[in-house]
Design a protein. Sequence first.
Length: 603
Amino acid sequence: MTEYLTHGHDVLVIGAGGAGLRAAAEASAAGARVAVISKSLLGKAHTVMAEGGIAAALANVDERDSWRVHFADTMRGGQYLNSWRMAELHAKEAPACVRELEAWGAVFDRTPDGRILQRNFGGHRYPRLAHVGDRTGLEMIRTLQDHDIHLGMDVFMEYTVVTLLKDGARIAGAFGYDRERGRFHVFRAKAVVLATGGIGRAYKITSNSWEYTGDGHSLAYHAGAALMDMEFVQFHPTGMIWPPSVRGILVTEGVRGEGGVLRNKDGRRFMFDDIPAAYANQTADTDEEGWRYTQGDKNARRPPELLTRDHVARCIRREVKEGRGSPHGGVFLDIAWIKERIPNAAEHIKRKLPSMYHQFKQLADIDITQEPMEVGPTTHYMMGGVRVDPDSQMSDVPGLFAAGECGAGLHGANRLGGNSLSDLLVFGRRAGQYAALYANENSLGAVNPDEVALAEKHALAPFERDNGEGPYAVQYALQDMMQDLVGIVRQEKEMSQALDLIQQLKVRAERVGVTGNREYNPGWHTAIDLNNLLTVSEMVAKAALERQESRGAHFRDDYPSKDNNFGSFNIVIRKNPRGEMQIMREPIPPMPLELKQIIEEMK
Ligand SMILES: Cc1cc2nc3c(=O)[nH]c(=O)nc-3n(C[C@H](O)[C@H](O)[C@H](O)COP(=O)(O)OP(=O)(O)OC[C@H]3O[C@@H](n4cnc5c(N)ncnc54)[C@H](O)[C@@H]3O)c2cc1C
């Protein structure tokens, strides 16, 4: 076998975002020898972009909050396709995880009496998001990174994993390359935690970072793990839409949490026009009540702008489609109006939403303290991912764990804002704990040299194709196609067409060529990422075709209603022994009576 640079660890964590860093901390604290691999530099993982906050029922701002309310909110938001066990664990454990982060040095915003401040967010009944202005992800990453470094672990920055390695059925490690020099490395490990984030770069308009090419989803699929809920891609209602160069960049829900309202071109506050029945009891009747809610009045109900993201995104789309949109094809989000209500509104907005203020000032020359923003839906979050055991986070492949956005279960058909950062902490911790346990009970698996040689050959093939098409052309074609045919509103004809086009794009991807050498060669990196993007796009389109109803983030023009028959199972995908993508419907396990009662009580 060719000599590769080879590394050996108990637990290998792929990904240095919130989930990966939290998993690494736990595994290391348990005594495991840990390595963390990241495509980007340490501190630059996508989590750093998170803005609004971490959802946890600390009840610091409203004492009526509890894990029970958080559990019921998460299940309602996910339209009851969530893993109820994950939703239960998440709601119960998130407060302790936030306090732990505070103990490790995170400097949260404070209530007047010095406790962690919490803000309103869509779908959460009470103010629940612990935050640091609108830069919560940065603080999370900074804190976890400091903590991890002191625990001691090996960090491989700017390394990309291209395949997982197996010994029979179980995991044996991973194979990848360093982006700086283009050298290949074998990472042997007793347990592997996937924490690779989402898939947003499969779409043209997205809030997601360049890292989001669905690597973990694709690595797990090819290693034989089952994936679940791949039809549920969240389109956040408020991304920037103008100028074109910034299209898709997120405008945090925190703007609406602080009193921002949505208006169409006629100045009408259209969100009052359509309130879903499941939220009617919890939604304000008037502008006045909605405003009071954002200012902490416990007797007021939340404004319709804080309904779940799927619903708000569809309302915006309706306004645009029916000719009431803003000049660049979105609607207006107005926080400047609060100057009618509070003194020093401009200073207040700058203090509460510093990143939003700078983002619009610098990128669009808009002063959000004085004028409305133009916004529209943007691909934001992947609810679907690797199916895991709710308690341990282990996938179907022994020794392979998954946590964070590349895992599935917690969010069901739609994620509530803030529930991702808490997901990273709760299930990152669990994945690290159980991966260390697994490593303790198992030895290193053997690495198959043929498997490694094949992966290397495939990775280097684009250099052999002198006249091959450039990888970016294929990537852009895929992104345009997913945006148009498997986007926010779907139908059978278009998705079938998408699946045909994906097959054609796969053929093109196998023929792409790159020039130059292996040192920091972005064309080469893109050629490799393409395989992952195509695999996840196919999974999304197939699962979306299978779900013949509209639920949560998945909306079908040809099946516009929710169908109870589709509420009893998750759509699961795996590679069958013939190497084909197989779709299955897997029944949701029955929910224990006490959890059912909580949901009933909270209706
Ligand atoms: C603008 C924005 C704002 C957001 N705000 C909030 C918020 O306020 N609250 C909230 O709850 N959620 C928020 N989210 C969502 C949340 O930030 C993400 O879901 C979450 O950070 C994902 O964390 P993760 O640890 O799963 O993955 P990431 O933080 O994305 O980390 C993935 C890691 O995997 C690495 N990686 C990927 N592929 C490979 C590979 N092949 N080889 C090696 N390494 C690899 C990457 O380099 C990276 O280190 C926001 C998202 C965006 C885009």
